[in-house]
Design a protein around this ligand. Structure first.
Ligand SMILES: *Cc1c(COP(=O)(O)O)cnc(C)c1O
Length: 357
């Protein structure tokens, strides 16, 4: 079986070294030494001042809204993402307002944001889809003009850079996921990156029940993560350059074998890609289904990322149309991409695609 992704694992001995430290210290969670070390290393790598490691990338988005004092109102967001983006908005009792996406990057179309702003708009929650950067300059300018908070769900953007800065350093707040299926992972996990000591302090309280020892300041939640998870992050982090370069090689092999057969996203100028996913867009859903079927019959399971377009979720109160997102969602497939995927497997996958088309 070949799935769309396979979690990277470090040599077990390297994970065991951290486990031994945890067992020696006896501290299993609550801001232990592995969590603190991981936070420091992530801040250094991303070149950001404030970052906190949390239990997953979904609660990271919820925390981002909470520490921005957004508890109601409208959030302008993208229909083309994983459901956690929309789900977090709804979970925080806010209303998602969907703005359609760009054809080339599948990110929110910044040119369409302003006409969606109302008196109720509180924030823009955009996604760097598949690691391709949003139009961060335009989004920042619009937010500034209208006094809105900018939050990036940067779950796909770890290791991606724009204008020599990590994509995770843009916006008022960026969140990331370190789930096992992501490029860099700590089994479960995520982080919240903020740009002021005030929000960093509030996040520190809110993520641990809203209090530090006897000082109760906010209504909080438990969004901490354990030493065992942080240890996996620490063991994986040194392999990041290797992970990205292996994924780059596989992606370039796909590029050469699928040239002209499928449509691919376009990377904006001044960007360094992280090879987080290998999305391909077919001419029609019919073509996609034929490819999907052929691959499946040969034990290859790609994923329909992202499908359906989130503006069509059945539990939304007001349905709006997002023609581009809905259309791409019908035709896009993410092909298998992970460290250890063999050249002959890529050849087999692309041969099957050619046969199906
Ligand atoms: C994976 C993902 C999340 C959720 O992250 P978890 O760590 O699994 O909670 C959120 N947004 C996007 C775009 C994702 O791909």
């Amino acid at each position: 079986m070949i799935y769309v992704t396979k979690s990277f694992l470090p040599p077990i001995s390297e994970y065991m070294e951290y486990l031994e430290k945890i067992f020696m210290s006896g501290q299993l969670t609550n801001q232990g030494s592995c969590v603190l070390e991981l936070e420091k290393k992530l801040k250094d790598y991303l070149n950001v001042k404030y970052l906190q490691y949390v239990s997953n990338g979904t609660i990271a988005i919820q925390l981002a809204l909470n520490i921005s004092n957004i508890t109601e109102g409208e959030i302008i967001t993208t229909p083309f993402s994983y459901v956690a983006t929309t789900g977090s908005i709804l979970w925080e009792r806010c209303t998602p307002i969907f703005v359609d996406i760009e054809e080339n990057t599948y990110c929110i179309d910044a040119d369409k944001i302003e006409s969606a702003i109302t008196a109720e708009t509180k924030a823009i929650l955009a996604v760097h889809v598949f690691g391709y950067p949003c139009n961060v300059e335009k989004i920042e300018a619009i937010a500034k003009k209208h006094g809105l908070t900018v939050i990036y769900d940067a779950a796909h953007a770890f290791g991606a850079f724009y204008k020599n800065k990590s994509l995770l350093s843009y916006g008022d707040i960026s969140t990331c996921s370190f789930h096992a299926t992501k490029l860099f992972h700590s089994v479960e996990g995520g982080c919240v990156i903020v740009n002021s000591s005030e929000t960093d302090r509030k996040l520190d309280y809110v993520k641990r029940f809203g209090h530090i020892v006897d000082d109760y300041q906010y209504i909080g939640i438990n969004a901490k993560n354990s030493e065992f998870h942080a240890a996996m992050g620490l063991a994986n982090l040194p392999y990041l350059p290797y992970i990205i370069s292996e994924r780059k090689k596989i992606s370039e092999l796909y590029d050469s074998l699928l040239k002209g057969l499928v449509k691919r996203p376009k990377l904006p100028d001044d960007s360094v890609y992280n090879y987080a996913y290998y999305p391909v867009v077919f001419e029609s859903e019919k073509q996609l289904l034929s490819v999907f079927d052929t691959l499946k019959k040969n034990d290859i399971i790609p994923r329909r990322y992202f499908y359906p377009s989130l503006n069509t979720l059945p539990y939304l109160k007001n349905k709006t149309e997002c023609a581009i997102s809905e259309n791409i969602a019908l035709r896009i497939l993410c092909l298998p991409l992970y460290v250890g995927l063999k050249e002959e497997e890529v050849l087999k996958i692309t041969d099957l695609i050619k046969r199906a088309l």
